[in-house]
Design a protein around this ligand. Structure first.
Ligand code: AHR
Length: 499
């Protein structure tokens, strides 16, 4: 049995947790919107065509914010295509995903859906093929009360009240050569600055996210952030980070160590923000928006074939990763890493929400079910609200192919307003359980304790429509008398201590 010890003190706090770290992402890509969120004629569809079974699963995740409408898609998108009578909306070639966008679901429909899901919209503007003028136009259309051409057009299109979108992304992955209208860091920094200025002049209550690097592996990573931030620092509020991991060589131990990279990525971007802050003698702090994160690799090969078979199709089954148990463990570890960086990461969006690298899957005309990765996100979103405590963790360490000094047990801890504590812990050891000793020195006694475990003997186990509960958390007995909790080998654990 491995041994680990977690010391927590209620006065040792990393930061209040911004609930937006439990956000998600909906892109006009594959079947995320069409036959995902939206399928008129489906037995559970509401009067607007939104699937009720999907909405129920989304609500189970308690998603406070949803990034929309892309992604790579947004860099060729004309937001005006997505408003007005549906019959008049143009069908367009989407160069990002080589598909046809029907615009059947647009700004009004998505805002209506988000309301039903109790979520806020985080709206991405196109700074790839378009510029600051079109970006500020959408702010006026969405957020201005009325009395101007664009706000009156919104009213004419059926939305008397403004949508009140508070967070905007200034483009998407503008450092990537695959992006329509990709830019150098300087070019992007200038455009982002002008767009941010004009968008905030249109509505001074909004916040904006500047594009950071598309991954820590980009050759321009670091230089990109520094150069573009020098151009737009005073007008932006967050820098985005995107990060996906995979296990294509079936080295699970190495895969589960990937959060070492995520942690480093986050800390480096925060340092660069602070370097620019220093260089500008600024008092303002720019924080981070990890607005795309997940596991993504299972569908890569099948997608190449799909594109050959059905070029310019609509609602193609693209990026439909079927997640297994080890993916759920990595998602849990990524959530732990986000919580441990709650002082800088204020927004995070699991990419994406339905069908496309998603926790929720659907069959057109059929059922909807939770993938393995649904569970850690649901539990973190449910119990991970309050303040992130500084976890002093003593644990054995290991080296993997790409990472050294990897803790065998990793954990984050959250204290809620009522003083109750939730510990999220992963045992990375694939064969041995770990005995986690809890030293909760300043907390006094707890009135209740509960322990939920997500484990499967088969790292590759998946949930399907026919067998949706293969991988799901179970409650296990907990006895806190001796302050020790057993974390099974390869497990995600949620330990709740109630006041
Ligand atoms: O989430 C899928 C894609 O990944 C997004 O469109 C893009 O921003 C990223 O490369």
């Amino acid at each position: 049995m491995r041994k680990a010890k977690l010391i927590l003190d209620k006065d040792y706090v990393i930061s209040p947790i911004d609930k937006r770290i439990y956000g998600s992402f909906v892109e006009h890509l594959g079947r995320c919107v069409y036959t995902g969120l939206y399928e008129p004629g489906h037995p559970t569809a509401d009067e607007s065509g939104f699937r009720g079974d999907v909405l129920k699963l989304v609500k189970g995740l308690n998603v406070p914010i949803v990034r929309y409408p892309g992604g790579n898609f947004v860099s060729g998108f004309k937001w005006e295509d997505s408003i007005g009578p549906k019959a008049d909306r143009p069908r367009r070639m989407d160069l990002a995903w080589k598909t046809t966008e029907t615009n059947e679901v647009g700004l009004h429909e998505f805002c209506e859906w988000a309301k039903k899901a109790d979520s806020q919209v985080m709206y991405a503007v196109n700074l790839g093929t378009r510029g600051p003028a079109e970006a500020r136009d959408v702010v006026e259309y969405a957020n201005h009360k009325g009395g101007t051409y664009l706000s009156d057009l919104r009213i004419q299109n059926g939305a008397k009240e403004p949508f009140g979108i508070k967070l905007f992304c200034l483009g998407n992955e503008m450092d990537g050569p695959w992006q329509m209208g990709s830019k150098t860091a300087y070019e992007y920094g200038r455009i982002a600055n002008e767009a941010a200025k004009m968008m905030k002049w249109t509505d001074d209550s909004i916040e904006v996210v500047a594009c950071g690097s598309s991954a820590s592996t980009m050759p321009t990573f670091g230089e990109w952030e520094y150069t573009m931030l020098k151009e737009c620092y005073s007008n932006v509020d967050y820098v985005s980070l995107h990060r996906y991991y995979g296990n294509p060589h079936n080295d699970t131990q190495d895969f589960l160590a990937s959060t070492m990279d995520l942690d480093q990525f986050i800390r480096t971007v925060a340092s660069i923000c602070d370097a620019v802050k220093g260089q500008k003698h600024s008092k303002k702090q720019v924080n981070l928006s990890l607005d795309e994160w997940n596991v993504w690799y299972h569908s890569s090969e099948q997608d190449k074939e799909l594109h050959k078979r059905a070029p310019w199709g609509s609602a193609l089954p693209l990026l439909e990763d079927v997640y297994n148990f080890e993916d759920a463990l990595l998602v849990g570890l990524m959530l732990i890493t986000i919580l441990k960086n709650a002082d800088r990461v204020k927004v995070a969006c699991l990419a994406q929400l339905v069908n496309v690298i998603a926790p929720i899957m659907t069959r057109a005309g059929g059922g909807a079910w939770a993938q393995t990765i649904y569970w850690p996100l649901k539990q973190a979103s449910q119990w991970g609200r309050g303040v992130s405590l500084l976890p002093q963790l003593k644990t054995e360490r290991m080296d993997t192919k790409h990472y050294s000094d990897v803790p065998l047990t990793d954990a984050a801890a959250v204290m809620a307003e009522d003083g109750s504590v939730t510990i999220f812990a992963v045992n990375r050891d694939l064969s041995e359980p770990a005995e986690l000793e809890l030293d909760l020195r300043s907390f006094g006694s707890f009135a209740s304790a509960a322990h939920s475990v997500l484990h499967h003997d088969d790292m590759k186990a998946v949930n399907t429509e026919a067998d949706p509960d293969q991988v799901r958390p179970v409650d296990v007995a907990i006895d806190l008398k001796d302050g020790k909790v057993i974390l099974p080998a390869a497990s995600w654990n949620v330990i709740r201590l109630g006041k």
